[in-house]
Design a protein around this ligand. Structure first.
Ligand code: SF4
Length: 487
């Protein structure tokens, strides 16, 4: 089989993944977010300049052309080649950055993550195997990741932004392992009948497998993998013991919250409403009462000063508030193409007075955003931290299961709680919105806003505002529901 870096790593995770990829690609689901992020292209583009001026090998469907171009580029004595491409016995790889000094080489595998993971080491070790078997004198092998502590000040400092992890010794020690993995993959791929490998912990590590739905298609509808508040490792353990139906699991000694989910769904139990606890929670809130929700984006490569890799950058918020029994709404959406934080922070302190109670759903997110802003703008710190300190979490009654229905399916995320509480309310259905239906779409669309025409931008901004408004309106409705059920 023709292998590549990613195929090799997938094959190390599970050979059946490669088999299904080849013979049943239509069964493939979505790639996990983590897998997409780790291999993001933006970081490669910036990392290209890490070692100096490079010769880039352009992508070509015909891999032999890339190999030919690489050979030509490496005719020079001292050179840095990006996407340098090689093939050894059907094992192809493009090295992110290859440094040639005299007749020795250094491999740099670039990842968009801030953590060094085993899968990155496997990836780089595979490249080390290919290049050394082709007779190249590889002196060093690095995995380059992002430095999570780097804070941009002025021009990007690539030496501080990236961390080079020297994994040469590991790559050398793994040479035999890589060979035996490749042999095992090739042998496995000779099978024409679908192999019957069972699911296991490998299905989630290092990334959730996109064929998981396919491989669990025989399980009954309500099974151990539908449960929440239980680790995947634990689910696999139960599955391996043959305990995967809700009936089986009910007899087991599993945590109370999981058992509750099973009982509610299996026996279609009545809603659980602990009126006293909900009332106690509501009594901690005071009027005027604010409801706040931020939209943020993250960048692996900081585009502005005072930003770290993957820092949450707020660009929008929606604010409903109840004052004198009336519901009001305020909102903010920053101009695109500039650092949105200062204008957002100024608007926020303008819109939320001192000492008022503010509700957020999953408040740690909102609090973290506000804390970061307060550290950035000392002149606004007092007010921002006052907002921060007065935030309460609307999620608490649901997280603590003081209010629970079977339709929440074990979750306390607002995406489950809202439709469970208001199953037929079309005004709260995100699918009825145009263009933007969730936080990821908001983030991705805002990040690309500058690429649209002025008219399109206006339209998109309108849709972003509508989306975010629904987030806080939904919180108001949930709050009102809590008040209603304790009557
Ligand atoms: S779901 Fe699990 S068993 Fe199936 S292909 Fe993926 S990793 Fe392999």
């Amino acid at each position: 089989m023709n292998l590549s870096k990613s195929k090799y790593c997938n094959g190390v995770q599970c050979k059946k993944m490669l088999w299904l990829e080849k013979y049943k690609p239509e069964e493939k689901g979505e790639l996990s977010n983590e897998a997409v992020l780790d291999n993001g292209n933006d970081v490669h583009e910036v990392a290209r300049k890490l070692l100096g001026e490079d010769i880039n090998i352009e992508f070509n469907e015909n891999l032999n052309e890339m190999i030919k171009d690489t050979k030509k580029a490496l005719e020079k004595e001292n050179v840095i080649v990006t996407e340098a491409s090689f093939n050894y016995e059907h094992n192809f790889c493009s090295v992110d950055i290859l440094k040639k000094t005299g007749n020795s080489y250094e491999i740099y595998e670039v990842k968009s993550s801030t953590h060094l993971k085993d899968v990155f080491i496997n990836d780089a070790s595979y490249q080390y195997y290919v290049l050394t078997n082709l007779g190249l004198n590889v002196k060093k092998c690095y995995v380059v990741i992002l430095n999570s502590n780097y804070i941009r000040k002025g021009e990007l400092d690539l030496d501080k932004l990236f961390v080079k992890n020297d994994i040469t010794d590991i790559a050398i020690s793994k040479l035999d392992e890589v060979k035996s993995n490749i042999d095992a993959i090739n042998k496995y791929m000779e099978q024409t009948e679908e192999p019957d490998d069972d699911i296991d912990n490998k299905c989630f590590k290092p990334y959730e497998c996109p064929f998981f739905k396919y491989c669990t298609r025989q399980l009954p509808k309500q099974n151990v993998f539908d449960l929440r508040r239980i680790f995947n490792k634990e689910k696999i353990k139960l599955y391996k013991q043959g305990l995967y139906t809700y009936q089986d699991l009910l007899k087991e000694d599993i945590n109370e919250k999981v058992k509750e989910q099973i009982e509610f769904e299996l026996f279609a139990k009545e809603d659980k409403i602990d009126k006293k606890s909900i009332e106690m929670f509501l009594n901690t809130l005071t009027y005027p009462l604010y409801f706040l929700d931020f939209e943020t984006f993250q960048m692996p490569i900081p585009q502005y000063d005072d930003v770290k890799p993957y820092m949450q950058i707020p660009f929008q918020y929606s604010l409903h508030y109840i004052e004198n029994n009336k519901l009001h709404h305020k909102e903010f959406l920053a101009k695109s193409g500039i650092d949105p934080r200062r204008s957002l922070a100024e608007s926020l302190v303008n819109d939320i007075p001192f000492d008022v109670c503010t509700l957020a759903y999953n408040m740690s997110f909102e609090k973290n955003v506000i804390k970061n802003l307060s550290e950035l703008y000392p002149d606004l710190k007092n007010h921002l931290m006052n907002i921060h300190d007065n935030i309460k979490d609307l999620m608490i009654p649901f997280k603590d299961r003081k209010y629970y229905t079977k339709d929440m399916s074990g979750s306390y995320s607002i995406k489950y709680v809202l439709p469970a509480l208001f199953p037929n309310d079309e005004s709260l259905n995100y699918q009825n919105l145009e263009l933007i239906h969730n936080g990821s779409e908001a983030m991705n669309t805002y990040a690309k806003l500058e690429e649209y025409s002025k008219e399109e931008q206006e339209h998109i901004r309108e849709r972003l505002l509508k989306y975010c408004e629904l987030d806080t309106f939904a919180m108001v409705k949930i709050y009102e529901k809590l008040k209603e059920v304790i009557k």
